[in-house]
Design a protein. Structure first.
Length: 310
């Protein structure tokens, strides 16, 4: 019999994974954190409240858990991580059927896979879960395939499996690692502001939707605690869509004296950016605790200042 409240999280050493684990333990879940390699500071931050397992998610040992959350992924391009296109796709996809089979064999009550709004190459307005995917790039193609496979296992084979689709994520603790060599534009701007006293914007009107990382963990808790869920796919994202200029202005508002340097327009066209609608998530779980960007960015700046001046 699987223990109530015990969750296994893959990719737990990554930026989003760490936030998932942190929120889970805040809500008194027992957590087994899985990653191929943990930075030394990560287990220490959990203060002995998490069981850490350095292991490949494609071949987990038998474990008794109530829920599985698969967050492990390679988001860097094949060139950035030193893989061929084919191996890059396999690295993101091979764990999915392996974990579906593992969860079934272990009697896991609910399995959650992480996806991304990257499956929409271009979109505008509110994007609901049933809008057809338009992936471009290997990471996006792998996420679209994951969504399709998970939905098939749910609808045709009666599995309690689902996908959380995320927008762009920002939050404290964001650092580069081999599987994610580039930090987000938000983190890059904060770092530039603190080290150079300015933020340089090449494309001030480029826009994207941003979600505060701890909010993703809180939404996950709502999805895990629901007794039944009528859908197999949930957008987990705030509705805040900001241009690079608006992001920089929010940062500058917390850092007096930092100025914004807007470069001349080079003529690059960026399609109008939409946002993932979270109406289904709210309707099925009641979750609505989204952190406003202005408040979230204050927390990120405070964390980065502490890191910079240690």
């Amino acid at each position: 019999m699987t223990p109530r409240g015990h969750v296994l999280v893959t990719g737990a050493g990554g930026f989003v994974g760490q936030h998932l684990v942190h929120v889970l333990i805040q809500h008194n879940f027992a957590v087994t954190a899985v990653d191929t390699a943990f930075a030394a500071a990560v287990p220490a931050a959990w203060q002995g409240r998490v069981t850490c397992l350095a292991h490949d998610a494609r071949s987990l040992p038998p474990l008794a858990v109530e829920a599985l959350v698969h967050g492990a992924a390679i988001t860097g391009t094949p060139a950035e991580v030193g893989l061929s296109p084919e191996d890059h796709f396999r690295a993101n996809m091979d764990a999915v059927p392996a974990l579906l089979a593992w969860a079934q064999a272990q009697g896991v009550r609910r399995t959650v896979f992480i996806s991304s709004d990257g499956i929409y190459h271009a979109h505008s307005g509110a994007v609901a879960e049933d809008q057809p995917a338009r992936p471009q790039g290997l990471y996006a193609v792998a996420k679209a395939a994951t969504e399709a496979l998970v939905n098939t296992c749910r609808s045709e084979y009666g599995r309690d499996v689902l996908t959380m689709r995320l927008s762009s994520i920002y939050g404290p603790g964001e650092m580069a690692r081999p599987s994610r060599p580039r930090t987000s534009p938000v983190q890059q701007l904060i770092q530039q502001a603190l080290t150079e006293g300015r933020m340089v914007l090449s494309h001030p009107q480029r826009a994207r939707a941003w979600t505060y990382a701890p909010d993703v963990g809180a939404a996950l808790v709502a999805l895990l605690r629901a007794q039944t869920l009528p859908h197999g796919l949930y957008n987990v994202a705030s509705h805040e869509c900001l241009t690079d200029l608006q992001v920089a202005q929010a940062i500058a508002a917390h850092l007096p004296g930092v100025y914004i340097d807007v470069m001349p327009d080079d003529g690059t066209h960026f399609p109008r950016q939409g946002y993932l609608s979270h109406q289904r998530l709210h309707a099925d779980t009641g979750f609505s605790a989204w952190t406003p960007f202005y408040e979230g960015i204050r927390q990120v700046i405070a964390w980065q200042q502490a890191e910079t001046y240690v």
